[in-house]
Design a protein around this ligand. Sequence first.
Ligand code: SF4
Length: 213
Amino acid sequence: MMQKNIVQVIRILKRRYTSKGMVDFGNPEDTLIATLLSARTRDEQVLKVYPAFRKAFPTLKHLARANVKDIAVKISSIGLYRNKAKAINALAGRIMSVYGGRVPRTMDELLTLPGVGRKTASCVLWYGFGKPAMAVDTHVFRIAHRLGWAKEKTPEKVEQELMAGVPKRLWGEVNRTFVQFGRDICRPGTPQCWRCPVAKWCAFETKTRKRKQ
Ligand code: SF4
């Protein structure tokens, strides 16, 4: 797709979806932890437990020193909570010992943290530090394919394709707008193409029509 059409699609979605990203806490530490907690879990579930969880462990130092079981108890209503508790304890320990208690600011450094993959690292870079990054989650992956912006089969490769096609200043907006668009209209399974504001630029061959009532 031509870059001017890509820009047009993002512009339309930006106008329609104005809420901030779920993990956009305005600081890297909360964005990092909330993104890690949100893997394979509904965002609402994370937001529900997050305030009490951070009240119990207000700093990375608390999380690094805590017993993994105590962390797990506080997040036990979310998916994979035991593994996530372990990762959070370990990453807090690493940030304390290697990075002087501050969340690192580069992709390479973020990727050395336990439990952190490229999507989480990109969310921290963009939502936490305001640095351009392309966070490819399931919504971004699916919608990029439907629009015809990506063809590759892995999130890592799709990230490369998107970084090549989308102007850098808009990288962060792709994740924020696509997550909301993906829940609202371009849903997993059957997208609601009949009410899609960017259908005219979409390559999805079998655009869906509204079922007759
Ligand atoms: S036309 Fe359909 S498949 Fe394409 S972006 Fe819109 S909702 Fe998604």
